[in-house]
Every structure is written in C-alpha cells, then in structure tokens.
Design a protein around this ligand. Structure first.
Ligand SMILES: CC(C)(COP(=O)(O)OP(=O)(O)OC[C@H]1O[C@@H](n2cnc3c(N)ncnc32)[C@H](O)[C@@H]1OP(=O)(O)O)[C@@H](O)C(=O)NCCC(=O)NCCSC(=O)C[C@](C)(O)C(=O)O
Ligand SMILES: [Mg+2]
Length: 365
C-alpha cells in the first residue's frame, strides 16, 4: 500500500508531478479513427476545432497487419496537425493503446510518449481488470515522461470490458492521480459476462417488462399488451458514475455500433447524459453531432436552471430557504442541481461559439 503522502510524488526521477485535480475539459464526443486508414487520417485535420477529442485507435478494429502503421500514422498526425492536443488545445488528442497482454502495448507506449507525449492528453487503456493494470501504466508513463523531458503528466482512461473490471471499479478509479475517467466497453463486457447480446452497445428488444394482463384468462394473457424496453447498461453506467464522482474523474458511455440508427443512438447517449456521464464515443463522423447535441445541456434546461439560481439568490444567496417557482418547490438541493447545469453550460460555451450564442439568446429572451 502506498502512503497518502507518496501519492502525488512522481513515480520516476524527473517525471512531472502527478495532478491533484483532473480538469473538466469538454469531451462530449471522443471521436475514434484508425490512423492506418488513409481516408480516415485525411479527415482528421478538418475535424480539429469541431470535435472535443480525436482518438487515434490502435486496438480492436485495427487489423493486426496494420498495428505498426496505425502507431506510426498517429505519430505523424500528433506531430503535424495544427491545433491538436496539449493543454490549451480546443481539440484534445487521445489514443487507445492495445491491451496490456497483447504483443503491441509496450511498443505503443514506448513509441508514442517520446514522439508525441507533448500533445497527447490521455491514454485510454482497454480491458482494465484491476488497480494492478493502472499501476503498471502509471510507472511506465512516468519513466517515459522523465526520459522525454515532459513537464505535464499524461492522463489515463480505463475501459470497463470485463466482469472483473466492473467488480474492481472503485480501486481502478483510485489507483493513480492520473486517472481521468472510465468508458463502457459493451461488446467485450457482454462477451466476458456471457450476456446474450451480439450488439455493440445499445438496447435489446428482448430485455423488457410487460404490462399486466387485464385478467388471468388465456385470452387476456395472449392479448396485445404494452411492453417497455429496459436499458441493459443501466447498472454498469450507474456504477461508473458513482465511482467516478467519488474519485473526481469522468464517466463516458462508449460505442454505439448501429451507425445507421441515429435515433436509438441519441436515446442511448441521452440515458448516459442524464445519469451523469460527460460524453461518449463517436465511431463515425455522423455520431459527432449527436454526441455534441446530447452532452450539451438543452437551452430550456439552462434557462430553467438560471431562473432557479436567480430565485434562490434573491432569497439571500446562501442557499438556505425554499421558494416556489412554476408550482414547484426549489431549495438548496435543487439549486445545486441547477448549478451543475449552469456550470457545464458555461464551460462548454467557452469553447463552442454556437452554443454560447444559443445560451445567450435564451438569457435575453
Ligand atoms: C464503422 C465503419 C467501419 C464504417 O465505415 P465506412 O467506410 O463503411 O463508412 P462510410 O459511411 O462509407 O464512410 C464515409 C466516409 O467517412 C470516413 N469515415 C468513416 N468512419 C470514420 C471515422 N471514424 N473517422 C474519420 N472518417 C471516417 C470513411 O473513410 C469515408 O470516407 P470517404 O468519404 O473519403 O470515402 C467506420 O466508421 C469505422 O471503422 N469506424 C471506427 C470503428 C472503431 O473505431 N471501432 C473501435 C471502437 S468500438 C470497440 O472497440 C468496442 C469496445 C469498446 O472495445 C467494446 O465494446 O468492447
Ligand atoms: Mg473492446
């Protein structure tokens, strides 16, 4: 066990000091691309500035034969793309490295950190099983940062893709001050859990509850009844949200593999947003707009939140007391909920001029 006093000391001589807080940078869409795919790579420069995170994927979905090309392609992009990555950039640069037990993970880190460590913001680690995986990456990153002379620690993001990872969720989140957040890996997780879905994220029509029959007669039991589809991922996302909030880091949904079904994609993303996630993944350019829309509070919600803040301020501004607004009671707790909304809106508007205009218009109106 490490002493609390050691927790914020670098794990290698000359490595940057670990962070005491993880900045709440906009990350509504983490857009995945395969750096070994020339068509995808060619689109990256034009996406800078219009998506919060561009992630060079090196793991699953990249063919084994292309692993080296993907790594090298990402180096090329990280070194030569104007405005991408680094603490001041509007569009962060992330990577998903290969799994720690694969033949590629070590070379991924030892290649990327010296070459693009100054622009790489977050390393996403797949199939994290427990704190030991984060400790390994933590020490290795510190050694590589020291060697490369970096002055800013690279953050770590874990994907939950195994039952063991979910069972160890709190220790994973607390394993290093570098921990930035968690994403759901629904396909690997479903396989590991022996769930019986073959989809990459999203709902399932068989996971439902059915309205009671009008009577126990055979005719009524077989009659048409309303069914309500349930969310297969509710339990896992809820655990992620609590573990992340407890550790001051950020939960994300993950992939929605039915690229054509933009409507269900939006619904699934919104469930995660409402539960507390700050963003999601985008696998195809058309999912970026969906993620940005869903993970930015609506103009109506922001306007309402501002009214509650104003009403509570008029009451004295210290949060105590209660007011009635549109027939509803508002007090300290609802004020705090509204401040979550207003602060998120302000943070996003600071880097998204379109949103800033919408929120400003709502305030004037
Ligand atoms: C789904 C696919 C095959 C459809 O690819 P497509 O070429 O058939 O689509 P398209 O609609 O025809 O594409 C239109 C244009 O957009 C380009 N394009 C298409 N996608 C992208 C992109 N992402 N970024 C940049 N450009 C993209 C594409 O190259 C094409 O360019 P063109 O007009 O010049 O011909 C393709 O979009 C793709 O490969 N996306 C990334 C998939 C990926 O990263 N998967 C891994 C993450 S999910 C996962 O790993 C699971 C998890 C967490 O591990 C677990 O649950 O366990
Ligand atoms: Mg996976």
């Amino acid at each position: 066990m490490r002493s609390a006093k050691d927790f914020f000391r670098p794990l290698a001589v000359g490595a940057p000091t670990p962070p005491t807080e993880i900045p709440a940078r906009p990350s509504r869409a983490i857009h995945f691309f395969d750096p070994s795919n020339p068509k995808m790579a060619a689109k990256v420069p034009d996406m800078v500035g219009s998506v919060d995170v561009l992630l060079g994927n090196l793991e699953d979905a990249v063919k084994a034969d292309n692993k080296v090309a993907a790594r090298e392609g990402l180096v090329e992009i990280g070194q030569n793309t104007e405005g991408l990555g680094g603490p001041e950039a509007q569009t962060q640069l992330w990577t998903r490295i290969n799994a720690l037990d694969s033949p590629w993970a070590l070379d991924d880190l030892t290649t990327l950190i010296p070459a693009i460590g100054h622009t790489l913001d977050v390393v996403m680690v797949p199939k994290v099983q427990g704190a030991e995986d984060i400790h390994y990456v933590d020490r290795l990153l510190a050694q590589l940062e020291a060697k490369a002379g970096l002055d800013r620690p690279i953050l770590v993001h874990a994907i939950l893709e195994t039952a063991r990872g979910v069972a160890n969720i709190e220790e994973i989140c607390g394993a290093s001050p570098r921990m930035q957040g968690l994403s759901l890996g629904p396909a690997d997780l479903a396989a590991d859990r022996r769930m019986k879905t073959t989809r990459v994220g999203g709902g399932h029509p068989g996971y439902l509850v059915r309205q009671d029959p009008a009577s126990s007669s055979e005719a009524d039991i077989n009659a048409s009844r309303s069914v309500f589809q349930q969310d297969l991922w509710h339990y896992t996302i809820a655990r992620m949200v609590d573990a992340c909030a407890m550790h001051g880091i950020y939960p994300y949904y993950g992939p929605f593999g039915d690229i054509a079904d933009v409507v269900a994609c939006e619904d699934q993303f919104r469930n995660a947003f409402l539960l507390g996630c700050v963003g999601t993944w985008s696998l195809h350019p058309k999912q970026i707009a969906i993620a940005k829309k869903v993970f930015s509070p609506s103009v109506e919600d922001v306007a309402h939140a501002r009214r509650v803040v104003a009403a509570m301020s008029a009451l004295g501004g210290d949060g105590t007391g209660a007011v009635m607004l549109d027939g509803k009671m508002e007090d300290d707790a609802s004020l705090k909920q509204c401040l979550v909304m207003v602060e998120l809106a302000e943070r996003l508007a600071a880097t998204d001029p379109e949103l800033a205009e919408l929120y400003a218009a709502a305030e004037e109106g």
